[in-house]
Design a protein around this ligand. Structure first.
Ligand code: FE2
Ligand code: FE2
Length: 176
């Protein structure tokens, strides 16, 4: 079952709670390039795909709450980390230590290659790492992702730590 972290809404099927969100992003979610993000780890035990779903869904909810462009928030949220490499090993293998500064531009270039993006969606993807990306956000939807991305990253990291503690505990119990 596909859910955003901390949410009970089932996003794997069309149901009254997921219908509107899925109508905005299902074409992206079903695309090969977006599904390739399932192969890479983002934070803790969370894949880049799951992280992007988390950010996309909460972007959508918050944009909707404040009467902003929920479609752009949801779609750009799903594409905002479309860099398609494991950043943990990429740093070591490629010697590129600036992933935090460069991946937003990489994600935007990849997203543009596969999908038609609005100016707003480009701004959301390109500047989601602010202040690491020095350019100032032009839209309120971009300010939303800057906060949502960091909040989801924190929740995912905590979930990863909890999972590791639980796993270590059960391994220790088995060995005694
Ligand atoms: Fe990012
Ligand atoms: Fe992110």
């Amino acid at each position: 079952m596909l859910k955003a972290i901390g949410s009970k809404v089932d996003l794997s099927t069309v149901n009254p709670d997921s219908e509107e969100y899925l109508s905005l992003v299902s074409d992206l979610m079903e695309s090969d390039v977006v599904c390739r993000m399932k192969d890479y780890t983002q934070h803790g035990s969370t894949s880049t795909f799951q992280h992007c779903v988390n950010v996309s869904y909460y972007n959508y909810l918050i944009c909707k709450l404040f009467s902003l462009n929920a479609r752009a928030g949801a779609r750009a949220g799903l594409l905002h980390d479309l860099f398609l490499y494991d950043w943990h090993t990429h740093v070591v293998e490629k010697g590129e230590r600036l992933h935090g500064f460069t991946h937003a531009a990489t994600a935007l270039a990849n997203a543009k290659q596969h999908f038609l993006l609005s100016e707003l969606e480009c701004d959301i993807i390109e500047k989601h790492m602010f202040p690491l990306n020095i350019a100032l956000p032009r839209y309120r939807e971009t300010v939303v992702i800057i906060m949502v991305d960091k909040f989801c990253g924190l929740l995912e990291t905590v979930a990863g730590i909890k999972y590791s503690i639980k796993r270590t505990g059960s391994l220790l119990r088995k060995s005694t």
